[in-house]
Design a protein around this ligand. Structure first.
Ligand code: HEM
Ligand SMILES: [Cu+2]
Length: 536
């Protein structure tokens, strides 16, 4: 029997040569390459976060100099946004699952897929070079004229890193769009697609349309720095606010590049662990597209106090309220899916429930910020920091970890230890709230962001936040350990450990090189769970 099992070839044991990995065009192997790279950067970015929190333990700026502190939060932001959050869900889970979920043998452009990973690595090398040659201190937002004229840091190298990594995102988006249009198995109509596909599709549209604008903005900063052409520097006849427009025209939609794919994971988890079809499937699918469109119309809410006309402020404020509606539709529909579902609280579901709660807090505080009058008060305070961490860490990272646990058996063929996984999910939830909730209070009391020292009355809340960060750090380390452990010692995973619906669960774990021996013919709706046998 065991010799028989050993003979089964799958994508992981098909070949062991280095070339078969670094030259692979298999979407599943590319997903693994991304998994390793983004995990590495998550911990590098995490290291900077720990340094920031240690500095803020005491009111005096005593651990690092103010210059070093500026570099710490800049590199933390750049790494977490460009090298972790943007690629995490689409490039790891999306790459692995999209072809399988639609019943295809690979992406539409397998080589382009590999090229996108090399762009990511190229960008990462530039960014790493910038870090080791003195770092950069502009903030992840690269605001001009500081970045273009005054900063002495490695701005050009870092910007080049973000620029090159941007191509990875563009190529991934392009590949997803074409794959979803062209490679669906017979019977896999648009409205039978898993919602994970819809949300990645919507995110891909943003990747393709918005990322080039960031590229252009960064390129202009480079031109101004290198050749002193007056684009942003008023001394040279330029306009610094122009940069903010270009930057946020990308970066607000970019927040949806991060959150949309994670919302897709959420729909999969909620359905699988309530054993029900997602409530209001059409609305959840449509809301992804609505977010992609509306997301392009709200960038001015980052510039309420940047000399933007008051009337523009009114309009951006109103539009920002609108963009919250499709997100609220999703939260409502996930909750409605839980209602009378037969719920099992396994690890991925714990992450999903965490996502619903934390994303709701992040989204509601987004509405506070979208209110023009209130934002003037809390702009550039710790309230902002709390808002976006609730969404990006409470939302995106929770969804990513939930998804990683859910599909881990499929990706690796091994089960992880459920006990430790639950402990760490709980640990992350508690650590997260302890870290970031006090920051809402600090911001509301007026503590500005991006300073390495602060008045003494803010210390108690800062100590809570730093304590929470240490709990959170442990929460992130535990999965690292048990997931690596499971690769060797974990129980072998069956094809469908969760008894879930979806084409990915119809093929062996781990999948064979070409996913399907025979291309499936789809006859079922998505999430065709027999309605849960109902308890009175
Ligand atoms: C529910 C819809 C949302 C609304 C109405 C909203 C509103 C806002 C507003 C008005 C600001 C600017 C505050 C200021 O700087 O004074 C802001 C900042 C921010 N938001 Fe949101 N937001 C929403 C969702 C999101 C999502 C989904 C993400 C990320 C995945 C996100 C990430 C951010 C980030 C990163 C910043 C700060 C950028 C910086 O200055 O560094 N937001 N949000
Ligand atoms: Cu925004």
């Amino acid at each position: 029997m065991s010799t028989l099992v050993k003979k089964i070839k799958h994508y992981l044991n098909a070949s062991y040569e280095l070339r078969s990995w670094f030259g692979t065009v298999d979407h599943k192997r590319i997903a693994i390459l991304y998994l390793i790279s983004v995990t590495l950067f998550f911990f590098v970015g995490g290291f900077f976060a720990v340094m920031i929190r240690l500095e803020l333990l005491t009111p005096a700026g005593d651990l690092v100099s103010s210059e070093t502190y500026n570099k710490l939060f800049t590199m933390h932001g750049i790494i977490m946004i460009f090298f972790f959050l943007i690629p995490a869900v689409p490039a790891v889970l999306g790459n692995f699952l999209i072809p399988i979920m639609i019943g295809a043998r690979d992406m539409a452009f397998p080589r382009l897929n590999l090229a996108s990973w090399y762009c990511y690595i190229g960008g990462a090398l530039f960014a790493t070079a910038a870090m080791v040659t003195g770092g950069v201190d502009t903030g992840w937002t690269f605001y001009t004229p500081y970045s273009s004229t005054y900063s002495n840091g490695a701005v050009v190298l870092t910007a080049l890193g973000a620029f090159v990594a941007g191509f990875s995102s563009i190529l991934t988006g392009l590949n997803f769009i074409v794959t979803i249009h062209k490679m669906r198995a017979p019977g896999m109509t648009w409205f039978r697609l898993p919602l994970f596909i819809w949300s990645n599709y919507a995110a891909s549209i943003i990747m393709v349309l918005a990322t080039p604008v960031l590229g252009a903005a960064i390129f202009l900063v480079f031109l101004e720095r290198a050749f002193h052409i007056g684009i942003f520097d008023p001394n040279l006849g330029g306009d610094p606010v122009l940069f903010q427009h270009l930057f946020w025209f990308y970066s607000h939609p970019a927040v949806y590049i991060m959150i949309l794919p994670s919302m897709g994971v959420m729909s999969e988890l909620v359905a699988a662990f309530s054993r029900k079809r997602v409530f209001g499937y059409d609305f959840v699918a449509g809301s992804s597209l609505a977010i992609a469109v509306l997301g392009f119309l709200v960038w001015g809410h980052h510039m309420f106090v940047s000399s933007q006309s008051m009337y523009a402020g009114f309009v951006f404020s109103f539009l920002s309220f609108l963009v919250a509606i499709p997100s609220a539709i999703k939260v409502f529909n996930w909750t409605a899916t839980l209602y009378k579902g037969s719920i099992s609280l396994q690890t991925p579901m714990l992450y999903a429930l965490g996502f619903i709660g934390l994303f709701t807090i992040g989204g509601l505080t987004g509405l506070f910020l979208a209110s023009l009058g209130l934002d003037v008060h809390v702009h550039d305070t710790y309230f902002i920091v709390a808002h976006f961490h609730y969404i990006m860490v409470g939302g995106v990272v929770m969804g990513y970890l939930g998804g990683l646990h859910y599909w881990w058996p499929k990706m690796t063929g091994r089960l992880y230890p459920e006990f430790w996984a639950r402990i760490s999910a709980l640990n992350i939830f508690i650590g997260f709230n302890l870290t970031f909730f006090p920051q809402f209070l600090l911001g509301y009391m007026g503590m500005p962001r991006r300073y390495h020292a602060y008045p003494e009355e803010f210390q108690v809340l800062n100590v809570m936040s730093t304590a929470g960060a240490s709990v959170l750090a442990v929460g992130y380390l535990i999965p690292m350990i048990y997931m690596l452990w499971s690769l060797k010692y974990g129980k072998k995973a069956p094809a469908n450990p969760w008894n879930a619906k979806g084409l990915e669960w119809t093929i062996p774990s781990p999948p064979p090189v070409h996913n399907f021996d025979e291309i499936p013919v789809v006859t079922e709706e998505a999430y065709a769970y027999a309605e849960a046998p109902h308890r009175g």
